[in-house]
Write a protein that binds this ligand. Structure first.
Ligand code: HEC
Ligand code: HEC
Length: 495
């Protein structure tokens, strides 16, 4: 009853207020202006040299223009949130422009990557990824700054000193052409799927440092089978044979949709594309091959301007059933939601009309989620039911690594439980070590099966597990010695 009385009074007060407002107010919007602080002065919020005013404004670039490798130095607002589904030139011109430039771009990319990494080609002796076919690379391969002889020596410096001297070896990695951006597939993938070769760019990390291809697939409802694919890449043409009799018809439907290519930005049948020939596009498993990852990278869809979007490597889908947060920044809560959103690559639903991509109904995306939920982590034969190493199976170094992980090295404060993940986002405040735009909170990634999914961190900047140990030792200021760091890597190889 009381509602009926309040409504007319409230309406009356709007009319009354409006009649008192100056004449230039947009009455038709029926919304008053918001409050504005007089003589606004912005506090620093403790950001110091990472504050927007101390960084460079983003360059104003066209689609296809080369972008700086040190994109972390830039900050600010872009011209528009919306992207144009048309090319800035005719198709023939676009093709020639990109193809002519490609070898030049790749020379620059390789020189840059060489300057950051020492691709030693060393492996962890006798250690292989779960399929048993690909050796695990040994690091650290991140190059030390000039004049610093070891990571131990670097760790003696304070974050401020490292920032002042500009010698942080783990700065973010950028997409080399962030104006066009979108997915860049590994060479090994392109050899089998030439329709994904770009006219402007190739992958920047040697295949040796990427996941095994094709990777094995483990199902949580058929542990006894091991790799259900038996060394084969699952495609639309073979999935039925492989999975008939193993999955429910519902899960089969979901798998089929994960395998069905659909048009996407830059990989489609229109001229808004980055491949010579038009194509049917990509499928979920074009990056998440066999429910894992092939190491293709992209730009995170969570920001504007385009140049502020962080590079993101493809995470594995294995064990997603145990994760509450999906994607590095947006904390999407369900796999079904993930499967539903095609515009998730660019965060721009406007493209859907122009390119005609996937627009799944909820029933279909639910089924994709249902299949996703069966993808298991790889076996970890040394881990017991409580997630701890079994003393009878692990060696001394591995057990020492576990002790450090749960103790001195503090890893377990964020990586714990059956998937070694806390399901929170953390702001690691890496910008304490270099002058640049802070990356803000990023989700913790699970460490179960971690040996199978190099390169590491959301943007692939760490190529080996040894590099991740050096990274955390530095940013958490742990002061671990060489022996302790090696033990931590040995432990992670067991997970
Ligand atoms: C370009 C290759 C690519 C394709 C194709 C692709 N993904 Fe992804 N996927 C990614 C990348 C990169 C991320 C990380 C995104 C981020 O951090 O914001 C991701 C993240 C995810 C995640 C979250 C995983 C995690 O651990 O946080 C799920 C689930 C997922 N994708 C499902 C799908 C589904 C379903 C499809 C098909 C509709 C699909 N992906 C197609 C590259 C791809
Ligand atoms: C404060 C929480 C926190 C602590 C402590 C922590 N991590 Fe992490 N870990 C994260 C976050 C957050 C990420 C993702 C960061 C990113 O992508 O930028 C991550 C990523 C990783 C990755 C890469 C995962 C992937 O899939 O790319 C590895 C490996 C890792 N951590 C190992 C460790 C080790 C070893 C320690 C202890 C020395 C440790 N972490 C301590 C939060 C933490």
């Amino acid at each position: 009853m009381s509602k009926k009385i309040i409504v007319p009074i409230a309406l009356g007060s709007i009319v009354l207020l409006a009649s008192q407002l100056p004449i230039n107010i947009d009455l038709h919007l029926l919304q008053s202006r918001g409050a504005v602080v007089q003589d606004y002065e912005e506090p620093d919020y403790g950001l110091g040299p990472s504050h927007v005013d101390s960084l460079l404004p983003f360059p104003d670039l066209e689609k296809g223009d080369r972008t700086p490798f040190d994109l972390w130095r830039y900050a600010g607002k872009g011209k528009s949130s919306f992207m144009d589904p048309n090319l800035p030139m005719e198709w023939e011109e676009w093709l020639a422009y990109n193809s002519d430039r490609k070898s030049l771009v790749m020379n620059e990319v390789r020189a840059y990557m060489e300057s950051r990494y020492d691709f030693l080609g060393k492996t962890h002796e006798g250690k292989y990824m779960s399929g048993g076919r690909k050796a695990i690379m040994k690091g650290p391969v991140s190059r030390l700054p000039e004049g610093i002889k070891s990571f131990e020596e670097l760790c003696e410096l304070s974050p401020e000193e490292i920032r002042r001297k500009n010698i942080f070896p783990f700065k973010p990695l950028a997409h080399p052409i962030a104006t066009t951006a979108h997915m860049v597939f590994p060479d090994e993938w392109n050899k089998v799927h030439p329709e994904h070769i770009r006219i402007d760019l190739d992958h920047d990390i040697p295949d040796q440092y990427l996941p095994e291809f094709p990777p094995p697939m483990f199902l949580s409802n058929h542990k006894e089978l091991g790799d259900v694919t038996k060394g084969v890449e699952v495609t639309l043409s073979n999935y039925y044979e492989i999975f008939n009799g193993l999955l429910t018809p519902e899960q089969m439907e979901g798998l089929k949709e994960l395998l069905r290519p659909t048009a996407t930005t830059w990989f489609n049948h229109t001229t808004h594309r980055i491949t010579e020939e038009p194509s049917a596009g990509v499928s979920c498993f074009s990056c998440h091959v066999n429910g894992h990852t092939n190491g293709a990278f992209e730009l995170g869809p969570d920001s504007r301007p385009n140049l502020a979007r962080l590079r993101v490597g493809t995470p594995s889908m294995r064990g997603n059933y145990n994760l509450m947060q999906l994607s590095s920044k947006r904390s999407i809560r369900s796999m079904d939601h993930f499967a539903e959103i095609e515009e998730y690559f660019d965060g721009d639903p406007g493209f859907m009309q122009a390119i005609g991509p996937r627009g799944h109904q909820k029933t279909v995306s639910n089924r994709m989620g249902d299949f996703n939920a069966m993808l298991d982590f790889p076996p970890a034969p040394k881990l017991g039911p409580n997630g701890k190493l079994m003393a009878t199976k692990a060696n001394e170094q591995e057990l020492f690594g576990e002790e450090l992980f749960f103790g001195k090295a503090q890893c377990s404060s964020c990586h714990y439980g059956p998937a070694f993940v806390d399901d929170y986002m953390h702001d690691l405040q890496v910008e304490r070590f270099y002058i640049g735009r802070p990356e803000g909170p990023i989700k913790t990634f699970p460490l179960r099966g971690i040996k199978d999914s190099p390169p590491y961190l959301h943007d692939d900047r760490l190529l080996t597990l040894d590099d991740t140990v050096e990274f955390f030792n530095l940013i958490l200021e742990l002061g671990l010695n060489k022996e302790e760091k090696e033990a931590l890597t040995a432990y992670m190889l067991c997970l």
